[in-house]
Design a protein around this ligand. Structure first.
Ligand code: FCB
Length: 478
């Protein structure tokens, strides 16, 4: 681990004065100057086929906490845990410093989410200061030549909706979200061109509605299907809203993809269970965009909803971390019997997830069948040991390189995450960050993994499909 570099980005060795996205890097604005939001947007395409957007991702709740969100009180373990739900890792107070960390990396993009519960903490309220803060983040990034990528929903919602008995299974919830998101889009349109309507609807439907592990804690396939359908319906509506309000915008969604492997490949039942999970978890969302039908069922008949989704996706955001093994005897829809084990010899990360770049190639291939450009909107590993984190990063970047060389239309790669942060069901512990966070003092320290990603991004030949330049030999060795 190394300490935070003192020098501004343009003076760091190996970087030049423009970002991989080709936009000029300005000096950071003095903190007390108002941020310009009315400068014309760049005219080039936000995600051109011949370009490659290198970036880093965060979400609002995990970095800044959210006192009035449904996660603030959800299964709080102790006072320390409660404090973290309220302030995250202090990003709300340290926004300007954290944006300097983003700049230091010299990447072309930064993905962040807006917090619905901070903007609408009570029914009917609208906190313009919070909106202005997100608008300032986007404007600061834009001014520094970094493409802001905004997620409108990253798992959390205002607690008042839950208190009124509303969640994604209800039409009224959908209407509230679309109203919030529509207003945010109009506020941020002047600076934001790349939008993600929702983060991982499959994970949210599975965790919050099928398995009851995350808010709102519902159980069952019926609830999961309704929630997933309403999330995708929100996407379809926001696709139209964003294109109506923001000319030249690119609208996507992120999809968490997890290859399921039969525990015993010779067992028909393990293979059946793995295929079923693959269908429910990975393919239902892809199928919805391909056919307009949202299907979540165990047997070949059952719930199907028809939605106007075909043609309403400019790119697919793929979030990938690991692969899973499935054993039929442990299988139950509410406790789906998948597990992680080191079967590739590459080890497990500190979240216990198997390191499997092979699985990454599988999901990119599957995702590419949708026929829209792909952006890796999250990939990362919880590792305290920088060498292990870098090995993971290199092996997964090598997969991106090979997939691009094979003709897959992958237009960007975002590392999860900028900072060590609050990991949903685990809390403060897993260290996904390019910057190490001291969870007591909240001090940020640059790690060698940050240097590694910055070096890949700075290598211009890395943007050429099939050629990662001099770094390719180190990549293949990993
Ligand atoms: C993803 C989430 C992200 C983070 C990573 C580790 O599923 O989108 O917020 O928690 O997992």
């Amino acid at each position: 681990m190394t300490t935070t570099s003192e020098s501004p980005p343009s003076e760091r060795p190996g970087t030049d004065t423009s970002t991989p996205g080709g936009l000029p890097v300005d000096e950071p604005l003095p903190r007390d100057e108002p941020l310009p939001r009315d400068e014309p947007l760049p005219r080039d395409e936000p995600l051109p086929r011949d370009g490659f957007l290198w970036g880093v991702a965060t979400s609002a709740f995990q970095t800044e906490g959210a006192p009035t969100s449904d996660w603030a009180q959800w299964k709080v373990v102790d006072a320390a845990d409660q404090a973290v739900r309220l302030r995250g890792v202090g990003h709300h107070e340290r926004t300007a410093d954290d944006l300097d960390l983003v700049s230091e990396l010299g990447l072309g993009g930064y993905r962040f989410s807006v917090s619905w519960s901070r903007v609408v903490p009570r029914r009917g309220e609208w906190v313009q200061d919070e909106v202005d803060r997100y608008a300032d983040i986007a404007a600061t990034l834009r001014r520094r030549g970094i493409e802001p990528v905004v997620t409108l929903h990253h798992f959390t919602a205002p607690a008042w909706l839950a208190e009124e008995g509303l969640d994604w299974t209800k039409e009224a919830f959908l209407e509230e979200f679309v109203a919030f998101a529509t207003r945010m889009v109009k506020e941020l349109c002047g600076t934001v061109r790349i939008w993600l309507t929702l983060n991982e609807p499959n994970v949210h439907a599975a965790g919050g509605y099928l398995a009851g592990m995350t808010p709102p804690g519902k159980f069952g396939l019926r609830a999961a299907h309704r929630a997933l359908t309403n999330m995708l319906r929100a996407h379809a509506r926001l696709y139209t809203v964003i294109h109506g309000s923001c000319p030249g915008a690119m609208v996507g969604i992120t999809h968490n993809m997890l290859p399921f492997h039969p525990d015993r490949p010779g067992s028909f039942l393990d293979r059946w269970a793995a295929a079923l999970l693959d269908r429910l978890y990975n393919r239902s969302v892809l199928e919805a965009f391909r056919t307009g039908r949202v299907t979540l069922r165990l047997l070949p008949f059952g719930r199907i909803a028809a939605l106007p989704l075909v043609g309403r996706l400019d790119f697919l955001g793929v979030n990938y971390y690991t692969r899973a093994h499935v054993n039929f005897t442990e299988f139950h829809p509410r406790r789906p019997g998948y597990f992680w084990e080191d079967r590739s010899g590459r080890g497990l990360t500190e979240t216990g997830w198997e390191v499997s770049p092979e699985g990454f190639a599988d999901v990119l291939l599957t995702a590419s069948s949708l026929g829209v450009p792909l952006v890796v909107t999250e990939n990362g590993a919880a590792e305290t040991d920088d060498d292990r984190k870098i090995t993971y990063m290199r092996s997964h970047l090598e997969v991106v390189r090979r997939c691009r060389a094979a003709g897959l239309d992958i237009r960007g790669y975002f590392w999860w995450s900028l900072l060590d942060n609050y990991e949903w069901l685990i809390g403060l512990g897993p260290r996904f960050g390019l910057y190490h966070v001291d969870f007591t003092t909240l001090e940020r320290t640059r790690t060698a993994a940050a240097d590694e990603l910055a070096a890949h991004a700075a290598d211009r030949s890395a943007t050429i499909p099939g050629d990662m330049g001099e770094r390719s030999s180190t990549l293949t060795d990993s």
